[in-house]
Design a protein around this ligand. Sequence first.
Ligand code: IPD
Ligand code: CA
Ligand code: CA
Length: 263
Amino acid sequence: MDIHMLDTYAKSLIKNAAFDIKTSLSSELIIESKSEANDLVTNIDKETEQFFIEHIKTDFPGHRIFGEEGFGDDIKDLKGYVWLLDPIDGTTNFIHQKQNFAISLGIYKDGIGILGYIYNVMEDTMLSGALNGGAYLDDMRLPKLQASSVEESVIGINARWVVPNRYVHHEGMVNLLKIVRGTRSLGSAAIEISYVVTGKLDAYTSMQLSPWDIAGGMVIAKEVGAIVTNLAFEHLELLDADSFIVSRPGLHEQLLTDYIKIK
Ligand code: IPD
Ligand code: CA
Ligand code: CA
């Protein structure tokens, strides 16, 4: 498989899908809730995933697709080529704000991320990365991230992890909030990862993310030297939901050692 051809193909598919998403903003959305009242999906999430699947299955019949909305394959392993797709990451933002949502895509071969994309639809920016090929914001190559201290950091974190919850000891999170320079919560894991990659955030953490939220971002983040693990310092397997952190080097270890303690 020619990686440059695959990269060109994936970028073109993403841009075409984004064009359709933008066009849809002028018509009324059909909104449903999934597992919980705040877990939303729209007809556009579904149509976008179907758009990717139709094209990928026609043009790469041997490839499998692991998509959030379930129109792809039943994935139990990452053998061969697997496309991990979140057609709209930040659906709540898509519905409420009509901004700050992204298409998130990772292409993996035998479990190794070879291409990754986070396309911020309303900003029209393509963050991409290729294994050992660097990370790019559109055509601009991104520099490696430098280390930073907790005190000088701005961290992406959702307020729900700072109150009692079933995933993380909130006392450590409160201590973290007291010491960092600032926190932000953007409502799209993919965009928050893209902020770490481009240096707008120093770290981003979540207690529960799915493979399609992070697969694309992981490929890109590694290319700028960011450290990506779950909150037990382990490699992410990308088959089930898991905790997550992406961070500048150095900061990652300090955050996990001193502040973020999973239950
Ligand atoms: C969600 C967003 C959100 C994160 C949730 C994800 P969705 O994805 O990335 O920021 O906190 O855990 O499920 O549902 O908008 O694709
Ligand atoms: Ca998502
Ligand atoms: Ca989604």
